[in-house]
Design a binder for this molecule. Structure first.
Ligand SMILES: [Zn+2]
Length: 282
């Protein structure tokens, strides 16, 4: 039961001996973590051979991989050129993920740029549809797009919007990726188990019980202002707290992957894993 949730760092662990993605994956396995997110946040530059080798290491060490797409994406950009560039970033991340055997690829969907959410939603639907068409053309399969709950109020991707996207395209194609720190900064302060249960219930109401069977989420502490996130903090900040979330997952029987985005990526992933295992023994 406690092992139904895997934990891993957002990127190559800081204390990895050696360099590169494959070494990072191997180190995750050694220290007892079961997941790692490969970061393409500043661009996708991984060649096929390197990706396939890293994918083999992941299989051997039982480390489940996901990817993070570049930050420069805006699926509801005003300019066509920026939409096409966004499709390109998403599809190249999906291509690398396909070689790696990774899924989902986590995406910050876009920015409202002072427009009504409904106007942006239409563009977002169109852009993601273009991504799926292009992925099909390139025979990229088994890679789910993960729409992340974004941290700033100016960004497309509040909880209702990412649930809507997953409902629109189907969970097998697009899944919501809850970043609990972002939710805490942007929507509502999280403190108790009930606060977390309310989120899980909204997911299940919008997407059915499937939503909790193989979730993908981000967790860390966070510093924020009225506009939303400022920067990620260590888990020890307790803002938001993790133990009540672990209790909520246990109560609802959820399972999946937790990627730790604290500055102490792998050390805090182990801290979270420890808290989850403690919850399982209760
Ligand atoms: Zn992100």
């Amino acid at each position: 039961m406690p092992d139904s949730i895997r934990f891993g760092p957002a990127g190559i662990p800081i204390d990895t001996p050696g360099e590169g993605t494959a070494a990072g994956i191997e180190y995750c396995g050694q220290i007892g973590l079961g997941a790692m997110e490969v970061e393409f946040v500043h661009g996708v530059n991984m060649k096929e051979e390197k990706a396939r080798i890293a994918g083999e290491v992941a299989k051997k060490t039982h480390v489940l991989l996901s990817c993070h797409a570049p930050y420069y994406i805006n699926c509801c950009a005003k300019e066509r050129q920026k939409i096409h560039a966004s499709v390109n970033y998403i599809v190249s991340t999906a291509q690398a993920a396909f070689w790696l055997g990774a899924s989902p690829i986590v995406i910050h969907t876009g920015f409202y740029m002072q427009r009504p959410a409904a106007e942006c939603k239409k563009l977002v639907y169109e852009t993601y549809k273009m991504c799926f068409d292009e992925m099909e053309k390139r025979k990229i399969s088994g890679v789910v797009l993960g729409a992340e709950l974004t941290g700033k109020k100016s960004a497309y991707g509040c909880l209702d919007e990412i649930i809507d996207l997953a409902a629109h395209f189907g969970l097998k194609n697009l899944m919501p990726v809850i970043d609990y720190a972002h939710y805490h900064a942007r929507e509502k302060r999280l403190g108790s188990k009930d606060d977390y249960l309310a989120i899980l219930e909204r997911m299940e109401a919008g997407l059915g019980s499937e939503a909790g069977k193989n979730f993908h989420c981000h967790f860390s502490g966070i510093e924020f202002t009225g506009a939303g996130e400022r920067n990620h903090l260590p888990v020890s900040s307790g803002s938001p707290p993790f133990a009540p979330l672990a209790a909520a997952w246990k109560e609802n029987g959820w399972s999946g992957t937790v990627i730790c985005e604290s500055p102490l990526i792998e050390k805090d992933a182990l801290v979270l894993q420890g808290l989850w295992q403690k919850e399982g023994k209760r």
